[in-house]
Design a protein around this ligand. Structure first.
Ligand SMILES: Cc1cc2nc3c(=O)[nH]c(=O)nc-3n(C[C@H](O)[C@H](O)[C@H](O)COP(=O)(O)O)c2cc1C
Length: 215
């Protein structure tokens, strides 16, 4: 990965509508997305991968009135992923996580798995009843998956553009997402840049002395 290039480039606002991510690369990226870690291994996500013109058009048409300008990005992207997060955390989800960990042999010693499950329940009880931020906490996991996948895309030579400019209620309605117990958190457009419209101005970020404290 060329970190110097990554540090000096703008995110891609204009995709080349004529280029598609090769299937093998896409599958590698999705395999990576599937592997991204989450706190307590809670895995609160479902991902909608829009690969067809129809899928992308449905999303572009349902971003909400204020966010029409993001439509073109989605239509010209090779693929766009809708990253959704569970709207709540029912016991059945936790049961599913633990059952999969057991099936995958996450802990060789069953006693360790049991200890892990009880520690996870304690932690979730804190989030539920003390910090009262379960949904916010789950969405933070979604953003971690987003960021890591942006880096993986760079490694594969794919441009990845996160989009928060959309109305989640509208996107949820268009793809019947609430019916699954999830809600839309963020979008990720993937593809290749339109070479005629790549920004070449400097990237603007705060200076290091404002950002870092060394102790
Ligand atoms: C989580 C996230 C969501 C973003 N959503 C949008 C968006 O909806 N539309 C858009 O044009 N840019 C969006 N951006 C791009 C930012 O505005 C952009 O990265 C920032 O202004 C810095 O510009 P640069 O990437 O060109 O340096 C988003 C960036 C991030 C990290």
């Amino acid at each position: 990965m060329n970190l110097d290039r990554l540090m000096s480039k703008h995110l891609t606002r204009y995709f080349d509508g004529g280029r598609t991510i090769p299937e093998e690369k896409l599958q590698q990226l999705l395999k990576f997305l599937r592997s991204t870690p989450s706190s307590t291994n809670i895995q609160p996500n479902h991902f909608y991968v829009l690969a067809t013109p129809e899928g992308k058009a449905r999303l572009a048409a349902n971003l909400g009135e204020r966010f029409q300008d993001n439509g073109e990005k989605i239509l010209n992207a090779s693929h766009t992923v809708i990253l959704t997060t569970r709207a709540d955390l029912p016991e059945s989800h936790l049961d599913g996580v633990f059952a999969k960990e057991r099936a995958d042999g996450r802990f060789a010693d069953p006693a360790k798995q049991e200890l892990w499950e009880s520690m996870t329940r304690d932690f979730l009880s804190l989030r539920n009843y003390q910090y009262k931020d379960v949904y916010h906490w789950m969405e933070k996991q979604t953003y971690l998956a987003l960021g890591l996948t942006m880096m993986a895309a760079a490694e594969l030579g794919i441009e990845a553009m996160p989009l928060e400019g959309f109305d989640p209620a509208s996107v949820d309605r268009a793809f019947k997402i609430r019916e699954t117990g999830h809600t839309t958190t963020v979008l990720l457009a993937l593809g290749y840049p339109d070479p005629a419209k790549v920004y070449s101005s400097p990237v603007s970020r705060f200076d290091s002395d404002q950002l870092f404290t060394f102790l």
